[in-house]
Design a protein around this ligand. Structure first.
Ligand SMILES: NC(=O)c1ccc[n+]([C@@H]2O[C@H](COP(=O)([O-])OP(=O)(O)OC[C@H]3O[C@@H](n4cnc5c(N)ncnc54)[C@H](OP(=O)(O)O)[C@@H]3O)[C@@H](O)[C@H]2O)c1
Length: 283
């Protein structure tokens, strides 16, 4: 279901290229909505996607009111097998996609053995399959036009195995590895790929983790990022063609530690931490 708005601005150009539309998945809340605000502030034409129609419409109305940009909303469940292809078809009807933001994602916290199989399959379908399919459907057109930007939202969890969120961390490791490889393949094409790896950020997802764990709820607020700050840094990194962005010094230290520490040791430490908290207790 596509909703159209009336505002029309001159197309934005970067380095002589018409940028085209920015497609943002998971834009009804959290980091996705913050990214939509950041792109709108910078004058982009947006196509926003999520499942909750009312929340998506509220974000679109806010952006039109505050930033006078053209916003289209598409309600789509991207975890469904036909979701990504249907989305790209609907979005491209409005013009070429110049920037793809693969932000929609879900988490599953707790012991793997206690997780619902359908929740894990849904996680892989959204975090891995939909992201891959959307990227695959959009990149060839970008290469042909000689311009494009891909922003894939991974996580700090991408840098190490995380017992208590095993499938989530594995899905984000995939996103990081895919994006890094893609960035090399795309060199010289005018298209760049950037992996955004936030630490814990103040969104519904973070509230879900904190509500289910007394240990997570005690995390000092200095360690919890503001989605607006994450989005502002991500926009700059994307436009500069950076490959990996870890926003915030404490998160950068964690990522650096995981990269220089032998893998068996990071696994041991993350396992030790998870076992010492309530994160591995069965609900
Ligand atoms: N918050 C953190 O601490 C944190 C840290 C690192 C990385 N991340 C990553 O950042 C991204 C955004 O997370 P967030 O924290 O902003 O979470 P959030 O507040 O829960 O937002 C998730 C977004 O994804 C959309 N979504 C969920 N399932 C969908 C589906 N099947 N089809 C289409 N859209 C769907 C949701 O919209 P609807 O429900 O309306 O569909 C919502 O807009 C995720 O990839 C997450 O893994 C988050």
């Amino acid at each position: 279901m596509v909703t159209r708005t009336k505002i029309k601005l001159d197309p934005l150009r970067i380095d002589g290229h018409e940028v085209g539309r920015v497609l943002i998945t998971g834009a009804s809340a959290g980091i996705g909505a913050a990214l939509a605000r950041e792109f709108a502030r910078n004058g982009h034409q947006l196509t926003l996607v999520a499942r909750r129609r009312a929340k998506l419409a509220a974000v679109a109305a806010e952006l039109e009111r505050e930033h006078y940009v053209e916003v289209r909303t598409i309600v789509q469940d991207l975890a469904k097998p036909t979701g990504p292809a249907a989305l790209v078809k609907a979005a491209q009807a409005d013009g070429p996609i110049g920037i793809l933001v693969n932000n929609a994602g879900v988490i599953d916290v707790g012991p793997f053995a206690a997780s619902r199989t359908d929740a894990l399959v849904n996680l892989v379908n959204l975090n891995v399959r939909a992201l891959t399919e959307l990227t695959s459907l959009v990149v060839p057109g970008m290469v042909e036009r000689g311009f494009g930007r891909i922003l894939n939202v991974a996580s700090l969890a991408a840098f190490q195995p995380v017992p208590s969120m095993a499938a989530y961390a594995a899905s984000k490791a995939y996103v990081l590895a895919l994006t890094e490889a893609l960035s090399e393949e795309l060199k010289g094409s005018g298209v760049t790929a950037t992996a955004l790896c936030p630490g814990i950020t103040d969104t519904d997802m973070a509230s879900e983790i904190r509500a289910g764990s007394a240990a997570a709820a005690k995390l000092p607020k200095q360690l919890v990022s503001d989605p607006a700050d994450v989005a502002a840094e991500a926009y700059k990194a994307l436009m500069a063609g950076r490959v990996v962005l870890v926003p915030g010094l404490p998160n950068q230290i964690t990522a650096a530690w995981a990269q220089v520490t032998p893998h068996w040791l990071t696994r041991y430490v993350t396992g030790f931490v998870a076992r010492r908290t309530d994160l591995l207790q069965k609900p």
